[in-house]
Write a protein that binds this ligand. Structure first.
Ligand SMILES: [Zn+2]
Length: 219
């Protein structure tokens, strides 16, 4: 998960209380969430939903409350439903959702699972970790098994991009220019706006040398 902030004001269409997913809402949410699902971090997923952080259960105040609207891929939205109403809020500036849960990427494209570790033990972190477990590792239906494997492969592809840069950085014949170039490219991969940034950032945090240079950029 990644931290963000809801800087945009409520889109005009919400005031009419007719639709909570009009074009202006999508547009504002895309900006806030960098075109990513706030749960799995898939960038520009082919099916995206406006989702209610706190399930509205026909409560109109919750249904049209701007601060309750998030951007999620349909798969995560479907897994979360009202069952996970108590997860970490990535828009809450007081909470560091990225550091709360360690994301360990798959080490092969066809890995059976990824590892998610709650770094603190408060209820919301634990619940978020349980949700992420379901999102990345669950195989409770045939459909989820196939789409989960596809998701892990996409995470692996991004991790592989990082591995290329780590390889270039530590290559014995690397010049200062080579190292600088590799670092600049790693900086792109750890941006909040990048896909699967939590997985990529935790790889960097696990490296004694790279973490010293790059951790300061992990907002
Ligand atoms: Zn998702």
């Amino acid at each position: 998960m990644f931290n963000t902030s809801r800087t945009a004001p409520a889109p005009a269409s919400l005031a009419a209380r007719q639709k909570y997913d009009s074009a202006d809402v999508y547009e504002a949410l895309s900006e806030i969430f960098f075109d990513k699902c706030y749960i799995c971090e898939t960038k520009e997923p082919h099916d995206i939903n406006v989702e209610h952080f706190d399930a509205h259960m026909k409560d109109l105040d919750k249904k049209f409350d701007w601060s309750n609207l998030y951007l999620a891929c349909s798969r995560c939205n479907n897994i979360k439903r009202a069952e996970f109403n108590d997860i970490l809020d990535c828009c809450d500036g007081a909470v560091d959702v990225f550091r709360a849960i360690k994301h360990v990427p798959p080490i092969t494209p066809y890995a059976k699972s990824v590892r998610l570790v709650a770094m603190v033990t408060d209820g919301r972190t634990v619940r978020s970790c349980q949700l992420l477990e379901k999102v990345f590792n669950s195989d409770h239906t045939a459909n989820k098994r196939v789409s989960g494997a596809f998701l892990r492969r996409k995470v692996f592809d991004q991790y592989n991009l990082l591995l290329d840069e780590i390889g270039s950085y530590y290559e014995p014949a690397a010049t200062d220019v080579d190292k600088e170039r590799a670092l600049e490219r790693m900086k792109v991969l750890i941006r909040r706006s990048a896909p699967y940034s939590a997985f990529i950032r935790w790889c960097i945090l696990d490296d004694a040398e790279l973490s010293e240079m790059l951790e300061g950029l992990m907002d």
